[in-house]
Structure formats: C-alpha cells, structure tokens
Ligand binder design. Structure first.
Ligand code: CP
Length: 317
C-alpha cells in the first residue's frame, strides 16, 4: 500500500524538527536501503526524473560522495556544484546562486556552508527540498542520524546510557546535532575537551562537563571523538597538537576505562595521532567505517522520503 509519509516535501535542517516517529521511519527505510546496497544491482529507478544538486561551499569527502551515490543509486540525476569552478568567483551572491539553481528545476539542494543558518536561509528562499549537509558550527543532521543508526545496529538503546563526546565541541556541528538527538532518547551525555573549546551554553543543554578524559571515559558505552578542526582555531585557543593528544586523545589504553566493548564513533576525517591514536582508529571497537557505510543508506532514505514520500513498495528489495 502507498501513502504520503510525514517527511514528504520537508526540508531537513536539524534533528530538532524530527519526531521520534520520523526517525523510526528514516531508520526503517535505511534498513531497506542497506539491504539494497548489498545486492548485485544497487541501482533502482525509485527517484527517476528527480534532479538533486550538491551545493558544497566547504570541502567534504563522506557527505558529498554519499549524497551523490545515494541519489544515483535511487535513479536521480545528481549534479555536484563546485564552488571553485562557479560564478561565485565572479562575485555572484549566495542568494542569487540559490535562485539560479532553483530556476533549473532541481528537486533538492544538499547544502554545506561555513555559516550557521545558511541552510535555514536557503530553505526560506527555495521551493526545492533543502537538506543541511553541515552549516558552520550549528548542525549536521545527517551525521547525527547515521551515528544513531550505527549505534542501533550495535544493539544499543540510548535511554540512561553514558555517552561521551570528546574534543572541540565549540566548533562542532556534529556535537550539537548528536547532543540534540541523544537527548530525545534520554541518554546520559558527557562532554570533555580543552576549556577554550567548550561552549558556555553546555550546562543548559543538560550535559555533564569533564576537564579530565579519565573521568569522562569511565564506564562509558559510547565514545564520540571529534575531529580537531585546525582550520577553525583562533590563535591561542588550542593547546599544541602534542599536548592535546596527551590530555584528550583516545587511545587503546584509555579505552580500558570505558565499558568493555564500548563503541568508538568519529565523524571523520580523522587526525590520527591527535584526537585518536593510530592503532585505535580502526580497532575492533571502532565503528568509523560502519558510520561511512551507513551514511549512504541514511542519505538514500532521506532522499526517498523527502522527494517521493511513499512507503517503499514490496518490490523495492
Ligand atoms: N563527517 C563529515 O561530514 O565528513 P566530510 O566532511 O568528509 O563530509
């Protein structure tokens, strides 16, 4: 049976606007997509005739590639807008760029932008669906969804679970979206990092703040190491890389403080030897590559649900 789903035609700007029912639907759809990805022929014609523009004003490997693959696996046409080869270099404004792309009859714009609120601005200006692929330090909803989907696959239920986010919380849209999403499920959220990289409003978010990594890791079930965003650091805000690794780096030795089998998440790209030790990055507790794999399934699910809005028919598998 076919029916219009709750996400049809909706923008995805942050996880805060998603209900638990929406998230369930996204995960059930991603389960189907993941099954499809394991088949010999991955491509379907589910979104045939739809056009998606990847509009990335910042570099990306995982998010951009997985949105491109997600759209293509579903049969849509996907265009990658490359800022360095665009009329931005001739001074065209962000708004004019959006209106220009909309005039080409695209159905969705996937936007990554360095400014907080850029995705919400785009959603106000545009009629196509806008999916936020990361706006400044504000939000990265698809990363949060794929992280939670990965924990769900590991059999973890978040209610009351000690979960730790370690690193540069101040500049991290991943931290903000994960805190918002984990809070919906009643997780016991802890954060740890250099004082200069912790935002002032953390207490209002209901998280526990630690100065020492050992306290933060103790009995944790999930450890979310963040990338140190060296490109966003202001002078004097960041200890030396060596000092950071010594005080806050996730190592196999420190992992022993957490619950046995605790899951390590990292959004990537990894600074190995800085926020995570070389040998820890892909150890048996690391879910880093599973996160990448799940990124394709989650983004397929979001494109399918926002652009077509039908429950997948029985023949999709
Ligand atoms: N996690 C993430 O957003 O990675 P990319 O910057 O490579 O897309």
């Amino acid at each position: 049976m076919r029916c219009t789903t709750s996400l049809y035609g909706k923008d995805v700007l942050d996880v805060s606007a998603l209900t638990l029912a929406d998230i369930d639907l996204i995960f059930q759809t991603a389960d189907r997509m993941k099954k499809r990805l394991k088949q010999k022929i991955k491509k379907s014609s589910y979104l045939k005739g739809k056009a998606i523009i990847n509009l990335f004003y910042e570099p990306s490997t995982r998010t951009r590639t997985s949105f491109e693959l997600a759209g293509k696996y579903l049969g849509a046409d996907v265009i990658n807008f490359t800022t360095s080869a665009s009329s931005l270099l001739k001074g065209e404004s962000f708004r004019d760029t959006l209106l220009t792309l909309q005039s080409m009859h695209c159905d969705a714009v996937i936007l990554r932008h360095p400014v907080e609120g850029a995705a919400a601005f785009a959603a106000r200006e545009l009629s196509p669906v806008v999916i936020n692929a990361g706006d400044g330090a504000h939000a990265h909803p698809t990363q949060a969804l794929l992280d939670l989907f990965t924990l769900r696959e590991k059999g973890l239920r978040l209610n009351g679970l000690k979960m730790v986010i370690v690193g540069d919380i101040l500049h991290s849209r991943v931290a903000r979206s994960n805190i918002a999403l984990w809070t919906k499920y009643g997780a016991d959220i802890h954060v740890c990092g250099p004082g200069s990289l912790l935002p002032h409003d953390l207490a209002a978010l209901g998280v526990t703040v630690h100065d020492h990594i050992e306290d933060a890791l103790k009995d944790a079930y999930v450890i979310n190491a963040l990338r140190i965003q060296l490109e966003r650091q202001q002078k004097g805000m960041f200890p030396s890389p060596r000092e950071y690794a010594r005080l806050f780096g996730i190592t196999d030795q420190r992992l022993k403080l957490a619950k046995p089998g605790a899951v390590i998440l990292h959004p990537g790209p990894l600074n190995r030897g800085l926020e995570i030790a070389w040998e820890t990055a892909y150890n048996s507790q690391s879910a880093v590559l599973q996160q990448v794999e799940n990124g394709v399934a989650i983004r397929m699910a979001l494109l399918a649900l926002t652009l077509k809005g039908e429950n997948l028919d029985e023949n999709f598998d």
